[in-house]
Design a protein around this ligand. Sequence first.
Ligand code: MF3
Ligand code: CO
Length: 249
Amino acid sequence: MSVSMKSAREIELMREAGRLLSRVHDELGAAIRPGMSTLEIDRLGEKLIRSFGCVPNFLHYNGYPASICVSVNDEVVHGIPKKDRILEEGDIVSLDAGLIYKGYHSDAARTHGVGKISPQAQQLIEVTRQSFFEGIKMAREGCHLHDISNAIDAYVSRFGYGIVRDLVGHGIGTSLHEDPQIPNFAQKRKGVRLQAGMTLAVEPMINAGGWEVDFLNDGWTVVTRDGSLSAHYENTILVTGGEPEILTL
Ligand code: MF3
Ligand code: CO
């Protein structure tokens, strides 16, 4: 395993890739409403990405057929946008998006409520988001990779939620997925030592019920085994000598 360190020039490009992706997420989040199809979200996202002169990095990735992963309720990640999948009041919807700017990738995910949602769904979304921030407190030079994993696990476990184990965060740069893999659950080993200049996609996927997931035979959609709700929150970050820089906020 080798973790690439980004040069000052590369970091500038990653910053711009991240900044543009944060705009995509802001616009998509504002557009979510009951009655909208998941395909409309994908179309809007792809249009925005291309309007910035960027390329959607998910499109055709290992054959994935869309630009934005749209995962509703018990769908954890990699939901495929569809014309006849209509969002309803009370649903929660996870949007995972990424783009390439001048050869550099960004990757980020958000979970939104559709209209008014239950307090339970709201708490799941908030805990998932906060678990990312708890994790990246450890994303600093001198800490180890699994300090991030352990911090996410310690925080989420207080709420009794299930932490998805089959999918993990990752390094990112000139490829969408680079070393290292970043688990969101507690690890026995320390993992690599973090150094300034590493760029990471930290992405907890948290289930209201158990951690187990199933992979649907559409080849992509991941769902909770027990049918419970699932939320996802992800940003691309830069490790520095101090606080990490969040590139996609
Ligand atoms: N954002 C996802 C990740 O972090 C990538 C989606 S895979 C795709 O790994 F095929 F759907 F693009
Ligand atoms: Co990712």
